[in-house]
Design a protein around this ligand. Structure first.
Ligand SMILES: C[S@@+](CC[C@H](N)C(=O)[O-])C[C@H]1O[C@@H](n2cnc3c(N)ncnc32)[C@H](O)[C@@H]1O
Length: 220
């Protein structure tokens, strides 16, 4: 039995992780080439680029431990990490009652359609509000305090995304971000935002592969 205690969901996730892992060498080979931004966008269209399983399971645990009810996922792709986050919300509701939702973000229509099919297959659709389009538009409206944010997006978009969500974070909210050690320099503006005292974060880089940033919103 895996950490989610849901064999059918874990079977679906195992297949998606395998598909994503198989694409890693192809992606590594391609990014070594000189591609224009448009060529890169085309190439990435059918790539899952899913969050690593250990990081995704860690997110599930964090969301369970904090009884997270409003979660924002910056970068949904085919919905792998979304499934972990929605499973946490489902299990929080089962344990403590109430309601909850995961707001997802994806601007590739084909990926969004595939993600929706996975959500339906897992029986989690009703817990996921997948917002299609550029997140700089789709995240303009967020109702209520946010408990947890996963930032798993093309790096240039990490800071603009956090800027949109930051005003909605409750004190004690958790923000995690992928590969912050591996791409430290590229994340410079994201770290500048985290380290600005006005934004009230405390942050540390956890030793997952590539680094995984764990930031906590402090009280005012
Ligand atoms: C690293 S992948 C997300 C993987 C996902 N978290 C998972 O575990 O399966 C990042 C995704 O963000 C999407 N994306 C990139 N820029 C975006 C933007 N400005 N607005 C919305 N989605 C965007 C990409 O199409 C890509 O599918």
């Amino acid at each position: 039995m895996g950490i989610l205690h849901d064999p059918e969901l874990e079977q679906l996730l195992a297949a998606l992780h395998a598909r994503s892992d198989a694409q890693i060498p192809v992606i590594a080979g391609y990014t070594a080439q000189q591609a224009t931004p448009d060529e890169m966008k085309d190439f990435r269209r059918d790539k899952l680029v899913a969050l690593d399983r250990d990081k995704a399971e860690f997110c599930y645990q964090l969301c369970r431990a904090s009884d997270a009810r409003r979660i924002v996922e910056i970068g949904t792709s085919y919905g792998v990490s979304t499934l972990y986050l929605a499973a946490a919300v489902r299990d929080n509701i089962r344990t403590n009652g109430g309601a909850g939702t995961v707001i997802g973000t994806e601007y590739e229509p084909e990926k969004a359609a595939a993600a929706r099919a996975h959500f339906a297959q897992a029986g989690l659709s009703q817990l996921i509000d997948l917002r299609e389009g550029d997140l700089r538009e789709t995240l303009k409206q967020i109702d209520g305090p946010v408990d947890f944010v996963l930032v798993d997006i093309w790096i240039a978009m990490a800071r603009p995304a956090l800027e949109r969500v930051a005003q909605h974070l409750r004190p004690g909210a958790i923000v995690v971000c992928d590969n912050t050690e591996q791409h430290r320099e590229a994340y410079a503006d994201y770290f500048a935002f985290l380290n600005d005292p006005a934004n009230r974060f405390r942050t540390m880089t956890l030793p997952f592969g590539g680094g995984f940033e764990l930031s906590v919103r402090c009280p005012a």
